[in-house]
Ligand binder design. Structure first.
Ligand SMILES: Cc1cc2nc3c(=O)[nH]c(=O)nc-3n(C[C@H](O)[C@H](O)[C@H](O)COP(=O)(O)OP(=O)(O)OC[C@H]3O[C@@H](n4cnc5c(N)ncnc54)[C@H](O)[C@@H]3O)c2cc1C
Length: 404
């Protein structure tokens, strides 16, 4: 069978390695860091992600640490009015078959990492930064920072938004700076007043900014994030930020949300980036996946979900194959490109039209949301949350968004 090099040991890279190993090949995960690790922050997983995790054999351990939330709620950050609420109970479960849940990133990453470590056909190479590749008709030669060249039958570029594999393939420069600054932290739940321990994903929408909070880590912690459309032009990643600075940036928050914001201590700041969709995900024996292929803003909470879906499809196209690797990878890109591009576009739209509108645009949003029934809300997310990565009928353009 094939030897497949995977650049990057994040959620996308580990899921890809697991998928190709389960398809009968040997995966070599080349991770630049000495340790395989993820941030302490939270991540939302919709049913489309749970279906992919189930297919990868790791849904169980992820569900064990996940919090099944009762609803997704959009609140007016000034008045506290509930603008929309999608219940995630019986009607949601019976429509989509899998839960919507929130997890600590590390819990998802470590479930994938353990499965990779336990799989006899996954070989981990920490401290191995990929710097480029040379594709030939017989093999791909993967260059690493240490000067070592790894020769493989295929290379999967799962090395994130600043992918070196993508740079070599597309040469399309650094990612696009969104002009949105996010501050993130995690608070022990014991510090959260009992009346604010809501078992929901909550988004407080203000003019040009929003705040999100939800429980993670089996309910032991609260994930907090506040984002402002401040026109920042320089990408920033994980810079420690003082509590007073964060509080001062959001003075007009509703008292309940402000009480939660005030609990944050170890804030870190990012300036968010994304990339416009691209039609090119492959070059011969090399393909892109996860954020390397389709980096998106976080507003649809789907970047990692898409990376998990990618992994399943990658495993499927390579199953039982030992020839025509380039053809298989081209098929992978054809199966995934349109859906991922749609999610990239919807993510930007959600930030602009749902989370950050001001004045008349905000009033228009409120009226639009007020007119939607529970069933309308479920129909609006059907193409996204209802996607079954295993079902060929769910591929291509047939399932489009209703809301946009
Ligand atoms: C604020 C925020 C909130 C989000 N919330 C959600 C959410 O709720 N739900 C959701 O589904 N998604 C969410 N996302 C998106 C999600 O985090 C990403 O889409 C996902 O983590 C991408 O995984 P990845 O493995 O493709 O990339 P990454 O997580 O970036 O992993 C890349 C890996 O490659 C390694 N690497 C990089 N360069 C090299 C190299 N040259 N050689 C070797 N290794 C290399 C890195 O060290 C890293 O381990 C959110 C994103 C943000 C910013």
């Amino acid at each position: 069978m094939l030897n497949i090099a995977v650049a990057g040991g994040g959620i996308g890279g580990l899921a890809s390695a697991l998928a190709v190993a389960r398809a009968g090949h040997t995966a070599h995960v080349l991770e630049r860091n000495a340790e395989f690790a993820e941030l302490g922050a939270g991540i939302q997983l919709a049913p489309n992600a749970f279906r992919a995790l189930r297919r990868l054999g790791v849904a169980g351990p992820v569900e064990e640490r996940a919090v099944r939330v009762d609803a997704l709620r959009l609140l007016d950050a000034d008045s506290g009015a509930l603008l929309a609420e999608m219940a995630l109970g019986d009607a949601y479960l019976s429509r989509f078959g899998d839960p919507y849940a929130v997890v600590q990133r590390g819990d998802l990453h470590s479930a994938l990492l353990s499965a990779c470590k336990e799989h006899e056909r996954v070989v981990m190479h920490p401290g191995t930064a990929v710097t480029g590749y040379r594709d030939t008709p017989d093999a791909v030669h993967v260059a690493t920072a240490g000067g070592r060249t790894v020769v493989a039958d295929a290379l999967v570029g799962a090395d994130g938004i600043r992918s070196r594999v993508r740079a070599r393939m597309l040469g399309d420069g650094p990612p696009r700076v969104s002009g949105h600054t996010i501050h993130r932290t995690v608070v022990p739940m014991t510090e959260v007043p009992a009346e604010l321990r809501w078992n929901t994903v909550n988004l407080w929408a203000g003019p040009g900014w929003h705040m999100v909070h939800y429980p993670i880590a089996n309910g032991e912690k609260l994930n907090l994030a506040v984002t402002r459309d401040d026109g920042a032009r320089t990408a920033v990643a994980g810079v420690p930020t003082g509590r007073d600075e964060v509080l001062a940036a959001f003075p007009s928050l509703h008292p309940q949300a402000r009480a939660l914001l005030g609990l944050g201590r170890d804030w870190r700041t990012w300036v968010l980036c994304d990339r416009p969709p691209t039609a090119t995900w492959t070059e011969g024996r090399v393909c892109l996946t996860g954020d390397a292929a389709h980096a998106m803003l976080q507003y649809a909470a789907q970047g990692a979900c898409m990376a998990l879906e990618d992994a399943v499809v990658l495993g499927e196209v390579l199953e039982g194959t030992s020839a025509d690797v380039a053809g298989c990878l081209a098929r992978f890109a054809a199966l995934r490109g349109e859906r991922a591009a749609r999610v990239q576009e919807v993510s930007s739209w959600m930030g602009h039209a749902l989370y950050h509108p001001r004045g008349a645009a905000a009033a228009e949003r409120d009226a639009m949301l007020a007119a939607l029934s529970q069933d309308d809300l479920l129909t609006a997310v059907d193409w996204l949350h209802g996607h079954d990565v295993d079902d060929p009928a769910h591929r291509g353009a047939a399932r489009t968004a209703v809301l946009t």
